[in-house]
Ligand binder design. Sequence first.
Ligand code: SF4
Length: 153
Amino acid sequence: MNILISACLLGARCRYDGEGFALPEMNELKKYCTLIPICPEQMGGLPTPRVPAEIVGDAIINKEGVDVTYQYMTGAKTALTYAQLNNVQYALLKAKSPSCGKGKIYDGTFSGTLIDGSGITARLLEENGIKVYTENDIDELLQILLTNNNTSV
Ligand code: SF4
């Protein structure tokens, strides 16, 4: 099974501040699936490091006030294309990102305040039938993969 994954969760230093993450569960995840890394913000043409951005209404505005909606949308559409070309049903994305976050995102004031909502890549994937998880609910995704693995042997 192919799983779309935020590249920063694999340790790729593609985050806005040039950092990445190392998820402790990653080796377990790799036992059950093939990971397809994406970074929608880089795929949309943005540099790393880059000015952080947040969703403001229907737009994505960076901390310098520049509208980067086009780049974010381009990245989201490219991520969806990757998913469709690889027959992806599930994605594991980085929580709270304006691209990858699911369920909670920052409120657009750059004050660290979270509100209900999802990043635009997460939204587009879900609108196209792909189930999105974040590192906060990785156990749920692992259980699905384990069950799928047990029923396919
Ligand atoms: S766009 Fe997604 S994959 Fe890229 S750095 Fe941000 S959270 Fe990670």
